[in-house]
Each structure stands twice: as C-alpha cells, then as structure tokens.
Design a protein around this ligand. Structure first.
Ligand code: MIC
Ligand code: SF4
Length: 759
C-alpha cells in the first residue's frame, strides 16, 4: 500500500509529483493546439494517459485520463464496491475513500439520529468498512461529514483530478480541481487501474467582475447561472470561472458554485488557484501544499491571453457582474426556475404557491461551510437582538464534523439555536429524503425553502406536492424569520410585533480565527494486510446482495419489444429510482428494483406517476410489477423518454434496475451525461431520436424492433422500427454516443463483464 491510499489527506509528495509534470505537458498541449490554454485544458492534459496522443477536440474525441483519486459515498459505494469485488483484484490501484453520509435519517436531532443510524445501518457500514479495509480504501465513519465537504477539507488540491460516485463531486472545483461525478462502474475502472475514459468536454467560461457584497452570496452566482444555462445547458461542458471577481469569493463559496454546476448538467466546474484557495489550504492544515500551489501558480490558472480575449478560447462566455447580484430564490421542482427575491412575491402570488413557509433548511454538501453557517448565524444574532424568532421551523445540517465542532466552539450553533433552530447530524439528511416529518400528510401542498441544490418533486420529504425552493443559507434563515414566500426581506422590514426591523446584510469570517477544531476523528485507515480481512454478505440479507453478471448479447437484433413506459416531461434519476426510504436497498439489486420508475409520469398512464399499461391485456399496473412480469415471461422491453432524461444523481441503480428487469434499450430526446454513461456501462442501448418529433410516434401498444445491431459502429445511426397495433409501422433513426469500447460493453453484456474478462 502506498501511504496515499490510506491517508486522511493527500500527501504532499503526490501533489508535487503531479505538479512536476505540468510544465512539460502544458507545453505539449500548447504546441498541439497551437494556442494558449484555458485552465481546465491544463488540468486535463496533466492527467492524460498519454499527452502526446490524447484526443483534444472538444465535444468530439474520447480521451483516457488518470485521476489522482476516487471518492465514494455510502449510498453509491455499495454497488460500486460489489462490482469491484467481482474483478478479483487484491486492492485498489489509486487512492480512494468511502464516506458514510447518505444513510442517516433526520428525525429529532444529531445525537439520537446518529445512534439510530448506526443501529439501522450497521450491516451496511460494516460491509463498507471491511471492504475498504481489505482493498486499501480510506473509510470515513458516519458522523464525519458529507463527502464533498470532507473531500474539500482533506483531499482536494488545485490542479488535481478526481472522480467520485456522486453528482456533486465537482464541489472540489472550488479548490481548482477537475472533479467529475460518475457512476460506480466508471469508478470501478479507475480503482482497477484502468484509465477514466470520457468525451473531451466543451468549455464554457463564466467571467466574474465586481465584488460580492450585501445579501448576495456565492449561491446567488450559481442560481443565476442555472437560470441562464438551464438544467441541460452545461451538458458535455466544463464550466470554468475566471476574471477579476473570482478572488472576491472564498474557497468554500467557490465550492458552492462548482457543486451546483451539477444542476446545469456540467461535467464539472472549476476556479483557478488564487490567494483565497491558498488561505483555505493553510486553514485546513495544508500550508506546505499551499506553498507548492503558489509556486506552480502559472499552471493553475488560464493563460493570460485567455483573460484578455475569452471568446477565442471558450465555447461560450457568460458575464456576471457581482456588484449587481441580489439574492435569488429558485424553484419549485427544478433548480433553474430562477428569479431574484425582489420578484418572488409577484411570481408566488401569480402561481398560487402557498405563501406560508412550512420548513426552512440550511445545509447539504452545497452550503454547509464555516462561512455559510457564520453568515446564517449573523442573521440569527441580529434577529435575536431585535426580538425576532423563526416563524417556520429551521433545521441546520453542518457539512462535516470539523465544521460542526468549530461552529459549536465559536458559538455559531448557539446563535442559531437561540432563534429556534434544530441542529441535525453532519450528513445529507433531508437533502436526500432522509427526513421524517410529521407535520403534513402526503399529497398536501406546502412550501419549503432550503439551501440545498436539488428540489425535484418528492425529493426532500417523499411528498410530490411539497414545493421546494432553493436559496443561500442567509436567505433561508431570513425567510424562516419572515415565514413567508412573499416577503422581500432585503427591501422590506420584518416585524417583531411592535415595530419594523431591518436586518443588516450578513458578515462573517470565511475561516475560523482560532483555526478549525477537528472534533472527533472519523477516519479509519485500511488494513496493511487485506488478505486477512473477511467480508460478510449474508445470503438472506435484505440490504446487500452479491452481483450476478448480466448476460452477454446473443448476437441477434432486438425484436418485438413492448414499450414499458414513455416518460413525459422531467424524468430525473429521482423519478427513475427514488431515494428516501429506498436508500436502504442500495446494496441489493433485487430489492431496490422494486422502486423502478415509480416516480415517472408515463404518457400512457397519466392518472398517477409510476403506472404502466400491460400490452398483453391493456391492464394498468405499477411499473416495477409490470417490468417484473415481463421479465418473468422472458419479454425484453424498451423505455422511451423526453429531454435531459436521467438528470440529477449519479446513482447507477437507475441504469442497473432497468437492465436487471429486462430493459434492453432506452430511447429519448436527450440524455443527462452521467445517466447515459451508466446505461452504456450496464449494457443497455442508450439511443436518442435523430428527429426529436419521432418521440410522438411511439404509441402505447407498439412493438419495437432495433435492427442492424451486428453493424453497430461509432457515429452510425441505429434503425428502430415501430410496429403499431393498427398494422402500420414507422421506421425511424436513432443516434448514440457509443465508441468502439462502449460497443464492446453492449456485446459482452456490461462493462464489468469486459473488465472481468481482461483482469
Ligand atoms: C443526490 O444528491 O441526488 C445524491 C443522493 O447525492 C446522488 C447520489 C445517490 O443517489 O446516491 C448524486 O447526486 O449523485
Ligand atoms: Fe448529500 Fe444532498 Fe449533497 Fe447529494 S446533494 S451529496 S444528498 S447533501
């Protein structure tokens, strides 16, 4: 084992070795492209498997990269590691960590919730701990914090490259890292010593000018960018921030912005290294690394020509003047429904949203840093002095044990509790539906506001009728104080009963004056000798199940496939494989498959989400039951979807479940990046209508043929024949993004089958 694999931080020697490669590799890329480079291009070439031959044409070439590390969280690591185990390798080939954060349910408060999580999830935690120990991964125990906050504090470094089995992995872009969210099968490749293969991203530049001030927060930058680019505008692109305004934002604020790049479908987002990232590295015990990054600074930012003439180097340039920014509130149901707070009252009244806020929530990997809580606490302190208390219950989730211990020591938690806030465990909690709320009935329309990043229907509390809005932590606290969606607290005073009170814009230290208090250490290093570690997966376990390989393709065209469903409108991974109570089955493919498509609005059965029509007799059935019954009858099926299908999470369950239940093809108007990759990895044909209008041609009782599969080739369309019940048929063309390697996966049954045959 190298000390990097089992270390609670990235060893400086590893960073130095990477930096030493920069000068030569950057020179090679400049030479090959014949022009100066953006920052992300530098990081990519520094991690290319071979810089002299790596594909460089954006949006076209596929390229092999060698990431510095892999990060996984407990809800996705189970499936990733179950797959890794089948590869038969003795240990992981690159530094990697597992973080226990998603499985802790918020009920009453930190201590009781943690005790109950340890009990309820003990089998899964023990599995993850022992697998980590055996195969050489660092293990972060439950309570140590949310993966992205811990990675930022311990592992991220400017100019590094990482992949992670979570869509918000790009959080580390706040410290200048190319950090990409992937499905478990991608992580398994890298853990097995293979390169990470991806299409060379396009690069969108966001030029920041001015200074963040007043109530405007880093969150408002990304909410505005989401409003401009929409949930699919970043697909296939890296979003690179640059310009003089960048330095007015702290490293954790930059991480907030990069984190939510996932909401616009971006491959990742990143900021150049600057004085603020150096400050953060020093404050988190990495002074030597900060010095090293300063030394290599010219490689950790775009070339000077890029700043001067951005249009020449970026595929698109967006300008944001931070001086003009005001707090934004997005939602409900989608993170790109954006408007400034000054317009919210008009919109909310017009749309008939419930104006009373039923809950306010601060936290999640996006917004739970020391600075975030500090600004929220400053609002709370002012409120206390003015005699205000919250009008809507306020829940706070600190991002990491280090943040929790420090905000407790510095009195910030007391400030928040003094206005009535409840502090939850350092975990994802309500952000991923791990929230037991008793104040409303399912189906009851109500309004919540959070500092999280996602607001898809049913995500937080399992109730699709909850309208979820997103804003910065300080805005959420202010809204908890007004209790109203239609109160613009920036421009209108609040009332404490006797008089109007106007709160000052929050100010807080970006980093703790007295340094961080690490709190209780949550890190476990792996065993020196993994051979002696035993892994237990009980045959009758309902939480964990060993994987059987998917069958290889039989060489024949797919014919007579019924359409299990035709998703209409938004179909996120939360619709395909919901989280919340289903998180408990993330290590058990058979059991979790019972949630398949339960949140989807099926154009063929619109009365209720999650229903489908059985083509054999026209009856209506829940989609998982229908899929199971086709599977039992040996009938393979196809699914059809709309735009940006599979948006949101990296969970590969949304691809493994259809595959396991007999789905062979998913045909859509467009895919979200990670989900498309996951489908391909699991041997499902991921096809897009060449003519998006052909979506309309697919009818409930069609039988679909997918033909010419023996000649499947990169860039070549695939013919699909829709046989309609009236005897007529439509032949349509579909496109795909399969490379030769991806076609091998389809033929072998899955990427894992290829890996197993080659290791
Ligand atoms: C999410 O925010 O949706 C999650 C839960 O973190 C997912 C991962 C998962 O489904 O386990 C993600 O963002 O990738
Ligand atoms: Fe956890 Fe929410 Fe962040 Fe996903 S978005 S990692 S659920 S805190």
């Amino acid at each position: 084992m190298t000390d990097a694999e089992g270390s609670p931080t990235t060893p400086v020697a590893l960073v130095e070795a990477r930096y030493q490669q920069y000068p030569e590799r950057v020179a090679v890329a400049r030479e090959r492209l014949g022009r100066p480079l953006t920052y992300s291009e530098k990081v990519l070439v520094a991690h290319a498997d071979d810089p002299t031959t790596v594909g460089m044409e954006r949006g076209v070439d596929y390229a092999d990269y060698r990431p510095d590390r892999v990060a996984m969280q407990d809800a996705t690591a189970q499936m990733a590691l179950l797959q890794f185990m089948t590869a038969g390798l003795p240990r992981v080939a690159v530094p990697a960590t597992v973080h226990c954060d998603h499985l802790i349910q918020a009920r009453v408060g930190a201590d009781a919730d943690m005790a109950s999580a340890l009990d309820v999830n003990s089998e899964v935690y023990e599995f993850l701990r022992s697998v980590s120990s055996k195969y050489g991964l660092g293990f972060w125990k439950p309570g140590s914090g949310i993966i992205h906050q811990v990675v930022l504090e311990q592992y991220a470094f400017p100019g590094g490259m990482m992949i992670g089995t979570d869509s918000h992995t790009p959080n580390a872009g706040g410290l200048g890292m190319v950090a990409i969210g992937v499905g478990g099968a991608d992580a398994v490749d890298v853990l097995a010593g293979w390169p990470f293969n991806t299409r060379v991203p396009r690069v969108i530049g966001v030029r920041l000018t001015g200074h963040l001030s007043g109530w405007a927060a880093p969150k408002d930058v990304i909410l505005q960018v989401a409003g401009i680019l929409t949930v699919k505008g970043g697909t296939g692109a890296i979003v690179e921030y640059f310009g003089p305004g960048a330095e007015s934002i702290s490293a954790t604020g930059k991480a907030t912005i990069c984190n939510m790049g996932a909401e616009i479908g971006a491959t990742c987002s990143l900021f150049p290294h600057d004085a603020r990232s150096a400050l953060y590295l020093k404050a988190t015990g990495r002074a030597e690394l900060a010095g090293l990054a300063d030394e290599y600074a010219e490689f950790l930012r775009p070339d000077p020509e890029v700043d001067l003439d951005p249009e020449r180097f970026y595929d698109r340039v967006i300008e944001i003047d931070l001086d003009d920014l005001e707090p934004h509130v997005v939602g409900p149901h989608t993170p790109d429904l954006d408007r400034p707070i000054s317009e919210l009252a008009r919109v909310a009244e017009g749309e008939g949203y419930p104006l009373d806020i039923s809950y306010a929530l601060v936290g999640s990997c996006t917004n739970s840093s020391y600075e975030d809580i500090g600004r929220a606490a400053h609002v709370a302190r002012q409120a206390k002095t003015a005699g205000l208390t919250v009008k809507a219950p306020l829940l706070i989730t600190p991002g990491s044990e280090q943040v929790r211990a420090t905000i407790e020591r510095d009195g910030l938690l007391d400030d928040l509790e003094a206005i009535g806030a409840t502090v939850l465990a350092n975990a994802c909690g309500p952000c991923i539906g791990q929230w037991k709320r008793d104040d409303i009935q399912t189906g009851e329309t109500n309004t919540i506001v959070s500092s999280f990043n996602r607001n898809f229907p049913a995500r937080n509390d399992g109730n699709a009728a909850t309208l979820s809005f997103i804003a910065s932590p300080e805005t959420v606290v202010a809204m908890a104080l007004t209790g109203r969606l239609d109160h613009d607290f920036v421009h209108e005073p609040m009332s404490n009963g006797d008089r109007g009170v106007r709160l000052e814009p929050p100010v807080a230290d970006e980093l703790p004056d007295q340094g961080f208090d690490p709190g209780k250490s949550g890190f476990l290093a792996p065993a020196d000798d993994g051979d002696s570690v035993e892994i237990v997966v009980k045959p009758d376990s309902e939480r964990l199940e060993l994987l059987e390989p998917f069958p290889a393709w039989d060489g024949k065209d797919l014919t007579g496939l019924p359409v299990l469903l035709k998703a209409t409108g938004k179909c996120t991974t939360d619709h395909i494989s919901p989280a919340g109570r289903w998180l408990r089955y993330r290590g058990h493919l058979t059991n979790i498959s019972q949630n398949l498509f339960t949140g989807v609005n099926n154009a063929f059965a619109l009365d209720e989400p999650g229903q489908g029509i059985d083509v054999r007799d026209g009856s209506t059935a829940p989609l998982p039951d229908l899929a199971q019954s086709y599977k039992d009858a040996g009938i393979a099926w196809a699914a059809v979807g709309d735009e940006n299908y599979g948006e949101g999470s990296s969970r590969e369950h949304a691809a493994m479940e259809p595959r396991y239940m007999g789905g062979r093809a998913v045909i859509v108007r467009s895919f979200a990046r990670i989900h498309e990759g996951n489908l391909k990895k699991q041997g499902v044909l991921a096809l897009t209508f060449s003519n998006p209008l052909d979506y309309e041609r697919v009818l409930v009782d069609d039988a679909i043929d997918i033909v010419g599969l023996a000649d499947l080739a990169p860039g070549k369309t695939v013919t699909v024949v829709l046989h309609h019940a009236n005897g007529k048929s439509d032949e349509i063309q579909t496109a795909h993004t399969m490379s030769d390697e991806h076609i091998k996966w389809f033929r072998a049954g899955s990427a894992l089958n290829v890996l197993r045959s080659e290791t």
